[in-house]
Write a protein that binds this ligand. Sequence first.
Ligand code: F0G
Length: 395
Amino acid sequence: MNEWLQCISCERRYDAAEVRYTCDDCGNLLSVERDTILDRDAFDDRRTSRAAIDQSGVWRFREGVMQAETIVTHPEGATRLYERQGIFFKHEGENPTGSFKDRGMTVAVTQAVRVGATAVACASTGNTSASLAAYAAQAGLRAIVFVPAGKVASGKLAQTLAYGATALSIRGDFDAAMRLVREACDRLGIYLVNSINPFRIEGQKTIVWELLQDLQWEAPDWIVVPAGNLGNTSAFGKAIREAHAHGWIAKKPRIASIQAQGANPFFRSWSESFATRHRVTAETVASAIRIGDPVSYEKAVAAIRDTDGVVEEVTDEQILAAKREIDGMGIGCEPASAATLAGLKKLRAAGTISDRARVVCVLTGNILKDPDANYRPENIVEIDPTLHAVERVLA
Ligand code: F0G
């Protein structure tokens, strides 16, 4: 089977083993492409296999993800699909480091090893850095992460440091960190694993493939996903396009990409039928998606167009209210993930998504990632150590 890198706009091809992220000719992003049609039955058979490679919800789909002889896997994926109040929730917070990033990182770090990298880097709002740190530790690579100073949730930073990464705390926002890491990797020969790395996208496609498999390949009407740097929106578009082309699903689910109102460049562009690419200075309580200049913009535009998708924005209040609802279902998630339910409510109220539609919300990060967002002081009652005090509270 053939596997190569291809420019998403001029379609120039490059060898899959080359270290590159953009096209020499037109400067646009690259994607990994293959020329084979894959049969989904083999993927179903692997669900009951005990081999680590099949237990991984990424490598179970290996023929459609990456051809590699030695892989760096935890394993990851194989997350649960919950049904609550008639809505499906695919909980990517159940991955080894607590976010969906592990699905892309297992592939990107496998590629890093394949191309002989000794150091790997990313810019991050916290989850990518935690995931990179863990996979780099496993592979024995040096990890350097560029994070916006003071803007990363404490659980994520703690993980990143504990796994042994060097954190460069950038005096600036995520977008500044992103620009800097691109320049640094370019100049210093460090392997970059942000989602402009096309192998990240290949791994993240399996969120969609696995949820389709969870639903016995009966595609839902909608898949709702939070949108920041737009790697996931891009990956979902590619996953749906390929699943449909391979004949795994009869109809394409539509993507609903949800942004925080204070970090909404993609929503702004969508509102103008993508006439202009917007950039904003981002601010939101959902620190994971505090991003003003998403790198995977062009791929995400293609994903929305190709799936007849929509982009929506929600306020911080709506995000936090939705988080309480998801937490109250006993599932729990970090704030960015709750943008999905908040967005679904808004799209239902507008009549864009019907109440009868089958919907999967993708919860991207674990409830413990952002402890500050979970603090509900009204639920703590300090008392004297007496039964009487207990009775008084319960009365
Ligand atoms: N949800 C969570 C929990 C995230 O960590 C991210 C991105 C997103 C949603 C948005 O996904 O960027 O693919 O549109 N986190 C990145 C990081 C930026 O550095 O951890 P996206």
